[in-house]
Design a protein around this ligand. Structure first.
Ligand SMILES: C[S@@+](CC[C@H](N)C(=O)[O-])C[C@H]1O[C@@H](n2cnc3c(N)ncnc32)[C@H](O)[C@@H]1O
Length: 257
């Protein structure tokens, strides 16, 4: 299935959500870019603080599920500062990775980490929108996207692009927050996310608004069963998902057969 982005008519009047706000579709990507421009330097530290380090376990779990085979090439979309990419390189003898992200600041931090940690010759960093990837059809062994897809304006287009760039037999994995929390934990989770996380953002990263956007954007993202249906619609087969940490995140899988 090839991406049909170029053939789509402009949808100037279309609106979408940015957290709990309604905005023009055309302005969302710029607003998301501002969020990550603002948090790039504090992003890794904030992840540890907000999740009490648990984001590391979720990301390890994603790479364990991928179970990389030697020499494979991964495309990590919305790869930001490289957390998924570096885990992949540690787990994959002779593997190489393309980290792609719409935000040059996040990639700058990622490239610096790659340099400092000896990954530079196995990792490339490409600034690109997940909705329009600058990679040939059927060129990637695997595609990952972690905590990125809920920021994308037209999720269907990103999924269609994921399908297009994967080789037949290639694996799609998406790690994303969910708001389908086990009922017993829902109240505490909501209180923590709405009352604590933006304040933490203010204290640690001097940025309340970006972390308010984070918690709001999670609520606007489709629940796991609905998102799985979207992955299927993009053409993927043998789709599945599992939730972790009482439903705080979901790991989705699909194959291009
Ligand atoms: C929460 S960060 C996740 C970074 C990394 N994957 C991780 O798990 O640590 C979300 C990333 O998505 C990127 N992003 C947002 N919209 C995007 C788009 N349309 N295309 C590509 N990347 C996008 C942001 O720039 C940001 O780096």
């Amino acid at each position: 299935m090839a991406s049909n982005n170029e053939n789509m008519p402009p949808r100037e009047e279309a609106t979408t959500h940015f957290g709990f706000k309604t905005v023009d579709e055309a302005s969302k990507a710029g607003m998301v870019r501002e969020v990550f421009d603002s948090v790039a330097d504090d992003y890794d530290r904030m992840n540890d603080v907000m999740s009490v380090g648990v984001h590391r376990l979720w990301k390890n779990s994603m790479i364990n599920t991928l179970n990389p085979r030697p020499g494979m090439h991964l495309l990590d979309v919305a790869g930001g500062t490289g957390d998924i990419a570096f885990r992949f390189l540690d787990a994959c003898a002779g593997g190489t990775v393309t980290v792609s992200d719409i935000n040059a600041e996040m990639l700058r931090v990622g490239a610096k980490r790659a340099e400092e940690n000896g990954y530079r010759d196995r990792a490339e960093f490409v600034c690109a929108d997940a909705q329009k990837l600058p990679f040939p059809d059927c060129s990637m062994d695997a595609y990952t996207i972690a905590f990125g897809i809920r920021n994308v304006t037209r999720i269907e287009e990103a999924l269609s692009e994921a399908y297009r760039v994967l080789k037949p037999g290639g694996r799609f994995l998406c790690l994303e927050f969910s708001h389908e929390i086990l009922p017993l934990f829902k109240k505490a989770y909501d209180a923590y996310s709405f009352n604590v996380i933006p304040k933490m953002g203010e204290i640690v990263a001097n940025d309340y608004d970006s972390y308010e956007y984070l918690v709001e954007s999670i609520r606007r993202f489709p629940v796991p069963a609905k998102f799985e249906a979207m992955i299927k619609t993009a053409g993927f087969e043998r789709t599945s998902y599992r939730t972790m940490s009482v439903g705080v995140v979901a790991l989705h899988s699909g194959w291009r057969i």
